[in-house]
Design a protein around this ligand. Structure first.
Ligand SMILES: [Zn+2]
Length: 641
């Protein structure tokens, strides 16, 4: 979506040559580092302004935004508190900051279709959060969050704010803590943005107290759709041959890392297909129109504004990410070892970019290459690094780049990233022969290759008619029953394989693809419960189970240093839903909660065994967490019968 704009295109005069859609994208660059904010351009004409506030990319109500931009030609902003980097990536291995970078691109691609202008507040998406309290804490405190959204309101001056995140009138515990915080702060900002005593240091450059006229929350439950005075957006209206609903659907499909391009429209719950709002706050009583959020509001002229740099967090013009993030140290004798890395570059400068490449290991600096070229917006560049390994328990290599040329006119800084070197003690059984039903993440395949575990990826033909009995264990990677239609189709062959003495390890699935099918030997009912605090203690309920003894003895330290979460999509603890044939091997819960002991289930079936785990093990293995790798090797190293 980022075409090759030259740097000259970013100056004011060039704007007249571009379509409004292009201007939206250019304006992002303009805001990022260079000059003035958008209102300089839009301030001259009277109008009304819409703002949608959301926690994560794809949480916006695209259809309502598209209705107002395409049909009513109103200025619309979409504000995202995070870039969604804590989520799962269903199309590739990128996670965390790099995932945030990709999701930013996806969001911008969607905004191009929706005709909106996007801002990110830059709060970290630290993974699933159960409470607003935790999210506020992770985001620097209640007031730190509130003043950020207040600033955006004071700068962009919306008449109407909408959000999907109703935390005020619904039970907060029903939703993600990040969503709760958006709902709470949108509500509080309504008064605070207009209060001249609240953070007056924000004022100046066109930013001043601003009174939003109306705040609406979207109604997302069917049971609430029959209330009085709701506003329903006519999304079946057409704009250029397509309905607004279709346009918003095209935009939603841009969120590929969230699997939205694969979603079937009819799978979306009915309440989400409607775009119905309830008025939560209003400065006065305006005439009611069942199909217009702006009823009674008059267009006004907004003064020009310059956004303060620290508030307009958008794409960095140039950033790099080093892979693999974690490498295994093979030789501990202090000799030079060659680690092979590659860089993913994200170049939003609008032109190909040359840079020099450096590596730092402790006090040593290695100059690697002078004229490295990042050709496209996203590029991958491979290079080896020779590192004399020290005896430290944990070690790292910092990769840094110095951009040339355009660096003089754009402050690109010295982007860098860190790769960690780790010593792994985990062992596997040499007789292991793994059949891997892979999905979208490559962690398992990479790890098996890296350690030299013998394995074959299982394709459709093998699943259908191949000899499965040659494998000691078959591993079904995360969300196999969503991504592998062949697995669904030939699942009876997997069950036969267990009955004949094989072992199956099934990593987590989500409720929609799993519940209502009999994929496992005995019933398992999956819920949306999870244990999000990765530091919570883990209790081993059956220490003598071979899964904790062979080939690696699992000890308490092996649960240390986990990232993101302990488990997700826990099976129900109710034995009428998740069969008591399964032994419950582990117990863990978030603080003050009581989650079922179902994160690791183990059952005998015929002559073989079946393991189902909702542990977030792939994230730990990806990080080369020794305990995580040990547990993985234990799961796959059970003897064939
Ligand atoms: Zn969200």
């Amino acid at each position: 979506m980022h075409k090759f704009f030259t740097m000259r295109n970013l100056t004011g005069r060039a704007r007249t040559f571009f379509s409004p859609v292009v201007i939206v994208i250019l304006a992002l660059f303009v805001n990022s580092e260079l000059t003035a904010g958008p209102a300089k351009r839009d301030g001259a004409k009277p109008g009304v302004v819409l703002m949608c506030v959301s926690a994560h990319p794809d949480d916006e109500d695209g259809a309502t935004l598209a209705y107002y931009t395409h049909i009513k030609h109103i200025k619309a902003y979409s504000i995202f508190y995070t870039r969604g980097e804590g989520g799962q990536n269903v199309i590739g291995p990128e996670l965390y900051k790099e995932l945030g970078e990709i999701r930013t691109e996806e969001t911008l691609a969607a905004s191009k279709i929706l005709g909106t202008k996007v801002y990110f507040l830059g709060f970290p998406d630290f993974g699933y959060s159960k409470t607003a309290k935790e999210t506020f804490r992770m985001w620097g405190g209640n007031d730190n969050v509130l003043q950020r959204i207040v600033y955006m309101i004071r700068a962009l001056k919306p008449d109407v704010i909408i959000t999907n995140h109703d935390t005020i009138t619904t039970l907060p515990y029903r939703q993600h803590g990040n969503h709760q915080v958006v709902g709470i702060t949108a509500y509080e900002a309504f008064a605070k943005a207009a209060d001249p005593a609240y953070h007056p240091e924000q004022f100046g450059n066109g930013v001043g107290p601003w009174q939003v006229k109306k705040l609406y929350f979207r109604v997302l439950r069917k049971s609430e759709l029959n209330q009085d005075s709701l506003v329903s957006i006519p999304v079946m209206q057409r704009s250029g041959g397509e309905t607004i609903q279709q346009i918003s659907w095209d935009a939603l499909k841009k969120h590929r890392t969230q699997g939205m391009d694969k979603l079937n429209f009819h799978d979306i719950p009915e309440a989400f297909r409607q775009h119905v709002y309830k008025l939560i706050l209003s400065v006065k009583k305006y005439p009611y129109n069942p199909h217009d959020l702006f009823s009674g509001l008059k267009p006004t002229v907004r003064p020009p504004v310059t956004l303060a740099k620290q508030y307009a967090v958008v794409l960095k013009p140039f950033s790099i990410f080093v892979h693999p993030k974690y490498s295994r140290v093979r030789d501990d004798n202090g000799s030079n070892e060659v680690f092979r890395f590659w860089l993913d570059t994200f170049n939003h400068t609008g032109a190909p970019l040359y840079f020099s490449l450096f590596a730092y290991h402790g006090k040593d600096q290695f100059f690697l290459e002078h004229e490295v070229l990042s050709r496209a917006v996203r590029d991958s560049i491979a290079f080896p690094v020779d590192v004399p390994v020290t005896a430290a328990a944990e070690d790292s290599v910092v990769i840094s780049v110095a951009p040339h040329e355009v660096a003089k006119s754009l402050d690109l800084g010295r982007p860098s990233d860190v790769a960690y070197l780790r010593r792994i003690t985990a062992k596997f059984d040499r007789s292991d022969y793994i059949g891997l039903v892979g999905t979208y993440d490559n962690t398992l395949a990479q790890t098996l290759s890296e350690f030299g575990v013998k394995y074959d990826p299982l394709d459709s033909a093998t699943l259908a008619v191949g000899n499965l009995n040659r494998f000691t264990t078959i591993v079904l990677d995360i969300r196999g029953y969503l991504y592998r239609h062949d697995l669904v189709k030939y699942n009876s062959r997997i069950l036969d394989y267990i009955r004949d003495g094989g072992n199956v390890v099934c990593f987590y699935n989500r409720p929609p693809e799993w519940n209502g099918h009999a994929f496992a030997p005995y019933p398992i009912d999956i819920t949306n419960h999870r244990v999000t605090e990765e530091t919570q203690p883990v209790t081993v309920l059956q220490p003598e189970n071979p899964l904790f003894l062979y080939p690696n003895r699992i000890t308490p330290v092996d649960w240390d240093g986990w990232v993101q979460e302990r488990n997700i999509y826990l099976p129900s603890g109710d034995t009428s839903l998740t069969s008591s044939e399964y032994q419950r091997l582990l117990a863990m819960s978030d603080e003050d909660q009581h989650e079922p002991s179902t994160s690791l289930l183990w059952a005998k079936y015929g002559d073989g065994t079946y393991i189902y785990t909702s542990l977030a093990l792939y994230r730990q293995v990806k990080d080369l967490n020794d305990g995580g790798v040990k547990l993985l090797f234990n799961l796959i190293s059970q003897p064939r019968h």
